[in-house]
Design a protein around this ligand. Sequence first.
Ligand code: ADP
Length: 535
Amino acid sequence: MDVTVAGSAEAGFAEIARQRPDVILVDYHLPGRNGAEFCREIKANVNTRAIPVMMLTSEDSDSAQMRGLESGADDYVSKSSDTDILASRILALLRESGAAPPVVLQGLEKQYSEARILAIDDSPTYLSYIAQELRNENYTVDTLDDPLRALELVKEGRYDCVLVDFQMPGIDGPKFCREVRAAASPSASTSIILIMLSGHEDKGHIQRGFEAGADDYVPKSADTSVLRARIAAPLRRKYLLDQNRRILDELREREVKLIRAQAEREAAEYRAMMADQLAAANLELENANRQLDRANHELEEFAYSIGHDLQEPLRMIGVYSQLLQRKYADQLDAQAQQFIGFCVEGARRMDQFIKDLLTYAQATRDDGAVPQEWVDFNQIAANAIDNLAGPRRETGAVVDAGFLPTLYVDGTRFQQVVQNLVANAIKYRKPGVPPHISISSKREDDGWLISVRDNGLGVEPEHRETIFALFKRVQREGSTGTGLGLAICRGIVTRRGGKIWVESEPGQGSVFHFFVPDQDTGPGGAKLEPGEQSA
Ligand code: ADP
């Protein structure tokens, strides 16, 4: 054992702060300050309160002993005691001592005076006397005269403190203590307090008691106030240690929470950083999209103006070629006439091409407000069928239309959509089979679906997407075209917020569908109904 000696209370505090001893022995009489005050200060400080304190005194009176223990000392020993006894007591104190780091107190949850005590003695008179004395102190006290039954209960962990007689029938006090200590689980927070009561006051008995694991040894002859003080001191200490452990657990738990909170904060910061990066990337994308839109727009404007400007010289070529053909027919040989024929046909095709291109440009051009109105699709279908009277007659096509809705659209453009689809249905018919075309409609959740069904050639799966692109055709025997008809349809439908697609069974026919969504442009975003105008 390492022993450090201090000559005064102040020197003692300095030493304690410097090296935090495992146990403190303090004289009741100190220069300037008495041992009880010193002890109270040690116990009031959260950093030192867990260190066991043993009070030494030359005064052997019961009152001095009680004053010492009441000040918070864990044990009280007379200076006249045998040094072996002193050593046994110190060891008993150390046995209970656990690591007690500096912690912040949060108030005792449970008072040591609420402790459960079991008194075992074969004398019923002594038992009831002791029990009454302790109950007066607020303890919960059970008594038993059968030590073996008591041992079972104690092993179950029902008690905080056991008063055990040195001599009992069946099992003696030291054996009882040894069994209790042997049965204690090493993980138990604090061990049970065993106080041996005995009629024997000699050194041999006292030492046997401590060796067996007793925390204290009290002669039966002692005043009950001494017994009470000797029970209170270790109980107070036990509760203090329990409390320290609880605080430690709480601190550990708090530390875990702190670590978790920190991890969550870091994750949140990371998410925020990612969100910032995403926002920056989105902004870049938006800028790129805007630039692309502008470039597209310029290109469309350019195509439109070129197309427009080409019309006049093309008209000249066409008109003068036809003049040559008519006026000089008899002066030209057959080959010259054939060449002029190529010129006329070329000019006609180019004229059609430019017209389609201009229509496409117009359909997809974002020229501000598109004139929209409530348009009856039954009327649109009738107009389209009328306009295609020539091809219908030539091919014997039958076109029928079911009920069609009235929709808020640009009527001229949507008439073009229906007309292009019906014209294609006639154009891409199966050889030798008169075209049968039907136009129908279906109400969907958020708009109308219009469908044009035919019994023509059909479209192979690999072409179902591409045929809607600019200049994309699927070469069919005998058919001519610019590859712009469906691109125009798609331009018109998508500008109105809808979409267009084809379903087909090659060799059986096709169904071209286009969807027109309800337009939420009424006051307060309400759906527009026929007869209403958009704001
Ligand atoms: P064009 O008719 O000038 O070739 P479109 O854009 O109108 O151009 O059509 C693109 C292609 O889609 C056509 O070349 C044709 O092969 C195919 N197609 C369009 N409508 C039909 C249809 N109803 N049945 C079969 N194929 C069709």
